[in-house]
Every structure is written in C-alpha cells, then in structure tokens.
Design a protein around this ligand. Structure first.
Ligand code: URA
Ligand code: SF4
Length: 256
C-alpha cells in the first residue's frame, strides 16, 4: 500500500514571494483535496501586514472566486474588523487548508471539515506565508487554524483570547470562526457571539499597539517559551507554558 503521508512541501518554491507562492499553489498535489475543488485559494493582503488571520479552508464562494473570505463569513469578518478599529489594509487573510473540501447534496456543495492529515499536509504553504509576511500577531479563527498553529492539544474553549509566543510570530492567538457565529441558533445568540468576537478583535488591536516594532525583519529573536497575556498597561505577563507545538520548520534557516 502507498504510504498515506503526503505533503505540500515539495511544491513550495524556494525563496518564496507571495506572487510565486500564489502561482505555485495551483499545482499542489500535497493531498487529495485538489482533485475536487475548482482551484486553490491562497492568502491575500499586503506583504507587510501586521496581523495575519487564518481560517479553516475556502468555502463555496471562495472556491469559485479564487479569493479567501469573500463569502458570508468574510463579510462578517470585514464588518467586525471595522468595528474593532483594525485597519483592513494592515491585515492578511489566509486558510489552514487551501482547497475547498465539500460534500455534494443535490446541487449544493456543503463544507466538510478537513482532516488533521490534510491540515498537516497543507501546512508548508502557511509556513511559507508566515515566513514571507512575518506578522506581529497571528489570529487563528476557529479550532482547525488554532490546532494547525498551536498543536492538536489546543482547546479553543479554554484558551480563546490568550496570546502565545511562537516561532513564527511574536504572538499567536485564537478566537471563534466567523462561520460559527453565522451558525448560532437564533438572532440573540448570534448578536452575543458577534459582540464577543468584536471584543476579542479589540484586544488584538490593543495587543498589536503594545508590541514593539520588530528591529529588523530578518533577525527577530525567538520569543520565550511561555504564554503571555497583554495587560492593560501594555506589558506582557507570563501565565502558562505553551501547548506542545507540532514540529514546524520555516524556509528561513536559523541564522544565529
Ligand atoms: N471560511 C474560511 O475558513 N475561510 C474562508 O476563506 C472562507 C470561509
Ligand atoms: Fe496542496 Fe493544501 Fe490543496 Fe492539499 S489542500 S492539494 S496540500 S494546497
């Protein structure tokens, strides 16, 4: 039998730039999801974005248009960002998995959660995006993105809104996925969840303001290995050890 473990790694170009990655991802065969989707949907946003948002995977609209977060979840995200005072031009949005996974129900294509092995296979693309953009804060939207960045033991219900240092960004945090808000059973719960989401985004904006500007894009020192929360005064306070990370390598090699 063929070994099950496949990866996007061999499809990621060396010395990547966003345009190179965007082109190369269309040829990815790192897992089986490319077979059924219309196209790969890569991340989008300015190369010097301070905040990088990670969703789960493209939805139906994203699959058809080839751009991330253009459907209902994306519209909710845009509205919440504006309400939280986060400048959309300082934000890059992407997904843990770059091809739409779905189930056909008559004419409709229903979102299907990607397997951990698919998230793992697709990680080299995210890794390359992180290496190129070097965001100050990574925001994982939902459990799939959070587990891709923070390991399979990460529990969104327990650790939502906490800020973790990470190899690829000074801070990584996680909140709910906007689709989860859209799926709330009634308007009242939807509004409450939306308010909490905007509150998380405001704390992210404040945390961003409190972080020092990175000295040089290529030589950022590794942050300490403990979780921190950003206090009201803007300082960072260690609260707990970070959850075990999946072993990740950036294309940037360690240079000291
Ligand atoms: N949901 C996601 O996780 N990503 C998108 O791009 C759209 C919806
Ligand atoms: Fe490659 Fe990711 Fe698409 Fe799988 S989902 S084929 S790993 S781009």
């Amino acid at each position: 039998m063929r070994p099950a473990k496949t990866s996007a790694a061999e499809f990621v170009p060396e010395r990547p730039t966003l345009p190179k990655l965007q082109q190369a991802v269309q040829r990815c065969r790192g897992c089986d999801l490319y077979r059924f989707a219309t196209q790969a949907v890569f991340g989008e946003g300015p190369v010097h974005a301070s905040i990088l948002f990670i969703g789960e995977q493209p939805g139906n609209d994203e699959d058809l248009q080839g751009r991330p977060f253009v459907g209902p979840a994306g519209k909710l995200l845009d509205r919440a960002l504006a309400e939280a005072g986060i400048d959309r031009s300082d934000v890059y949005v992407t997904n843990a998995v770059k091809h739409f996974k779905f189930e056909e129900r008559g004419k409709r294509r229903l979102h299907k959660k990607p397997r951990a092995s698919e998230v793992e296979a697709c990680y080299p693309w995210l890794d390359a995006e992180l290496a190129v953009i070097q965001p100050k804060i990574v925001v994982c939207l939902g459990a799939t993105a959070a587990q891709a960045m923070l390991g399979p033991a990460f529990r969104l219900t327990k650790e939502r809104g906490k800020f973790f240092p990470h190899d690829q960004a000074p801070r990584v945090t996680a909140t709910v996925h906007p689709s989860a808000i859209l799926r709330a059973p009634d308007a009242e719960q939807r509004h409450a969840q939306y308010r909490d989401f905007v509150a998380d985004l405001k704390r992210i904006r404040d945390a961003l303001d409190a972080l020092p500007s990175p000295p040089q894009r290529e030589t950022r020192p590794k942050p300490p290995a403990s979780a921190v929360t950003i206090s009201d005064s803007g300082g960072a306070r260690s609260v707990r050890p970070r959850p075990p990370l999946l072993r990740r390598r950036t294309p940037r090699s360690s240079s000291g």
